[in-house]
Design a protein around this ligand. Structure first.
Ligand SMILES: Nc1ncnc2c1ncn2[C@@H]1O[C@H](COP(=O)(O)OP(=O)(O)OP(=O)(O)O)[C@@H](O)[C@H]1O
Length: 270
């Protein structure tokens, strides 16, 4: 891991009317790094992801990407307009069911003028291969695929633009457990191969822990803890992080009972 910074959120605030949703958020992402962003529903994780993507507002503060302040600048107006991509939670609504996979994968490249349709089509097989889908998937329609396969297609669509960062907003929470772990492994493999960075947004600390180099914990729009994954999960500094850890699912029932007892003890002292 290097000391360079790819994304630097500096004192970012977002207000929706009178509601101060993001409060003085400072967060960095290094090239090739996964930063997990955890917190309960409504804490502001998606709002931060959308601000970084340029599809959500920023009331004040800076988001510096590659040395340029991109806060409030929509994706098309950004210099490296394709450099930040997204994979969202629901692969059923994020892909047009009646579009052919080849068109889903080539359209973002062609629309940005990054390659001709013929050149983009030549990349399709490689993209499908990167997400472990067979090349004949190109001629099929999105509606023919399962949730896990659709999420692989959504990942391939993000990769088509050779991004430096992918904002992954709850990308496995709509999938069943065994599919979740395969898609998580795919994210890791892709990062090892391409060096892409991830902001991995999830309410599930167990998932985040599996994939992240560093973890940021958000509560009521504030980052209450941010550090190396091992540090945050083994020696959390904030009680809120401790509670999230205790609520994180574990496979072993004895361990689960131990966690519940510890959680009750902590809740009584909180
Ligand atoms: N466009 C909007 N207009 C008004 N309020 C909004 C808007 N978008 C989000 N909010 C509010 O901002 C707060 C944070 O929402 P956000 O979706 O960022 O949280 P989250 O941590 O991602 O939650 P979840 O895990 O449920 O997606 C919520 O109270 C939400 O109602």
């Amino acid at each position: 891991m290097n000391d360079q910074i790819l994304v630097d959120c500096r004192n970012v605030n977002v207000h929706f009317g009178a509601h101060h949703v993001l409060k003085h958020v400072n967060l960095t992402i290094r090239p090739g790094e996964t930063v997990g962003l955890v917190g309960e529903s409504g804490s502001g994780k998606t709002t931060l992801g959308r601000a970084i993507l340029g599809i959500g507002p920023v009331s004040s503060g800076e988001i510096v990407f590659d040395g340029e302040n991109i806060a409030g600048v929509p994706p098309r107006a950004r210099q490296g307009q394709a450099a930040i991509q997204a994979v969202f939670q629901d692969p059923y609504s994020s892909l047009n069911p009646s579009m052919m996979i080849e068109d889903i994968l080539t359209e973002p490249i062609v629309a940005r003028g990054l390659a001709s349709r013929a050149d983009a089509s030549r990349q399709v097989r490689k993209l499908l291969d990167q997400v472990a889908l067979p090349s004949d998937a190109a001629e099929r329609f999105a509606r023919e695929f399962s949730g896990g396969q659709r999420q692989r297609i959504a990942i391939a669509r993000a990769l088509a633009l050779s991004p430096r960062l992918i904002v992954c907003d709850e990308p496995v929470s709509a999938l069943d457990l065994s599919t979740q772990s395969r898609v998580m492994d795919l994210f890791i493999e892709i990062q090892d191969r391409t060096g892409v960075a991830y902001l991995f947004v999830s309410h599930d600390l167990a998932a985040v822990r599996h994939i992240s180099h560093r973890v940021a914990v958000m509560r009521f729009g504030e980052i209450v803890e941010f550090g190396e994954c091992d540090q945050v999960t083994a020696r959390p500094a904030h009680d809120y992080t401790k509670r999230l850890l205790l609520a994180a699912p574990v496979a072993d029932p004895a361990r689960q009972a131990e966690r519940r007892a510890a959680f009750r003890a902590l809740a009584m002292t909180a």
